[in-house]
Write a protein that binds this ligand. Structure first.
Ligand SMILES: CC(C)(COP(=O)(O)OP(=O)(O)OC[C@H]1O[C@@H](n2cnc3c(N)ncnc32)[C@H](O)[C@@H]1OP(=O)(O)O)[C@@H](O)C(=O)NCCC(=O)NCCS
Length: 166
């Protein structure tokens, strides 16, 4: 089984990040804040932000940052919630890496962050992402139709969540 580690982002991850993130097959499943094309400048901007966080991790495989997974605590009346986002370089898909990474990050979030619910919002067309959430005990809480516009196409919004106290 291919091994990986979750760790903080470092400045010298920029080349590897730009290499794996610059992929329309990844960007098409993410918000427009994840740019395409993904340049070295974009990588530096992201690392500058992420390296200050204690809950945004690089997915390291064979010594290189090949993807990312993070928890984003919400604010105000949503402060007991954190949104989880993740992506992985395409050469590593289908080897159970993100399924295992989600397991680790959820345990980390409920242990170290003051949150009681972790949620993720895959697009309706993103079956692989919905599958990795279901495999980790996330429940589909809402299916909103055509709330998203991505690359000029409507997408459904699938709200999956897991609770600290089930
Ligand atoms: C979604 C993504 C994170 C999955 O990462 P991964 O490491 O390949 O995931 P895993 O190997 O742990 O598991 C993938 C699961 O989805 C399943 N799957 C893959 N493609 C599928 C498809 N088209 N339809 C249904 N299931 C699919 C796999 O069979 C596997 O399930 P299984 O273990 O029951 O067989 C990765 O494909 C990715 O980075 N995609 C682009 C970015 C993205 O979508 N991010 C999430 C935004 S919400």
């Amino acid at each position: 089984m291919l091994q990986f580690a979750l760790r903080s982002w470092q400045e010298d991850d920029a080349d590897s990040l730009a290499h794996f993130a610059n992929n329309p097959e990844i960007a098409k499943n993410l918000r427009d804040a994840f740019p395409h094309p993904y340049t070295l400048d974009d990588a530096h901007t992201f690392i500058n932000m992420a390296s200050k966080s204690t809950s945004i991790f690089a997915i390291e495989i064979a010594g290189k940052a090949c993807g990312g997974i993070g928890l984003h605590p919400q604010h105000d009346i949503y402060r007991l919630n954190a949104e989880m986002g993740y992506w992985l370089g395409q050469p590593f898909w289908g080897q159970g890496i993100v399924s295992r990474a989600i397991n680790q990050v959820v345990r980390y979030g409920f242990e170290y962050l003051p949150v009681e619910r972790i949620f993720a919002v895959p697009f309706g067309s993103n079956s692989a992402s919905q599958r990795v959430l279901e495999k980790n005990g996330f429940v589909l809480e809402a299916h909103l139709r055509a709330t998203i516009i991505k690359n000029g196409r409507y997408e459904d919004e699938m709200i999956f969540a897991i609770r600290k106290n089930k």
